[in-house]
Design a protein around this ligand. Sequence first.
Ligand SMILES: Cc1cc2nc3c(=O)[nH]c(=O)nc-3n(C[C@H](O)[C@H](O)[C@H](O)COP(=O)(O)O)c2cc1C
Length: 319
Amino acid sequence: MLHFNPIEMSVPEVHRLLVGGIGPRPIALVSTISNDGIFNLAPYSFFNTFGANPPMVAFSPARRGSNGTLKDTYNNLIETGECVIQSVTFDIVSQVSIASGEYPSDVDEFLKSGLTPIDSDIVKPKRVKESPFQMECILKQMINLGDKNASGNLALCEVVRFHVAEDVIVNGTIEPNLIDLVSRMSANYYCRASGDAIFQLEQPNVKIGIGLDQLPEAIRNSKFLTGYELGRLASIQKVPDEMQLENFVKQFKDEKPMLYENDKMAFQRYLRLKDLVKVIHFSLNIDSSEKNNCLTKSAKLAIELDQIDTAWLLLMLQS
Ligand SMILES: Cc1cc2nc3c(=O)[nH]c(=O)nc-3n(C[C@H](O)[C@H](O)[C@H](O)COP(=O)(O)O)c2cc1C
């Protein structure tokens, strides 16, 4: 482990640590307007939501790292008290990146990025047509966090109108693969939140898990199970009992033997194919020192396939 004292570091070094360790960060594409009526658009990834009643979001238009001056977004917000914040999708991210260029204050980044300004319902700043998620906002509070280069400012904004594209909503929920959001990581890295990057974990609001402290020692200290896997095992409400274990073994014994090769190479192949039934058959029937190893690998596959009870039963069969 490396240890750092921020007081002994340069500001760019501190910034590099923060943006490397805190991520992926959602990106606010912030639209404002100056008192002179010049439109402004810029991305801000020090951004999140902080409450639903009232709906609050916050982002940080920091002082410039190079000379400590304030950004146009900050100045416009102070002048007018209004902005529109939109989510950034993969489709528009390269245009958003162009909008982040340090153009002079009288340059409209809608023109530079080619993104389309459309009227808002309540506030004066324009919305970005191409973004499927837009929030009209009123500035509630601007908190200044310092007056040096790269000092932050926290703009706390209340959302007064949401605009959401119908085609990203399924059963009332915004579907991650449809909205295809991107987020910011360290250096030039972004992260696309779709496809394999997306997974689900049931929220333990009603069904509270047993917790890692209730895992048997052998499972908790296993060299072969990751923290993620232990967490999944600890998320069940009740450890399977002996009866369930007996039924499980019986079910596999009673089933007609399937046609499959019974050697170690075949086991590896079934694992790769994620064929849990064949992997379990193999593990239950192998009569050798490899049995525990096969049961663990089968349990890992069961967790990957979201079959946590099965994973427990397999681990309970270890000797
Ligand atoms: C993806 C991305 C995220 C950014 N996040 C921030 C941020 O959180 N805070 C900040 O001050 N600047 C951030 N920037 C830099 C600003 O977008 C940049 O300084 C921009 O020129 C500010 O524009 P403005 O002066 O028109 O407000 C980010 C840039 C990119 C590309």
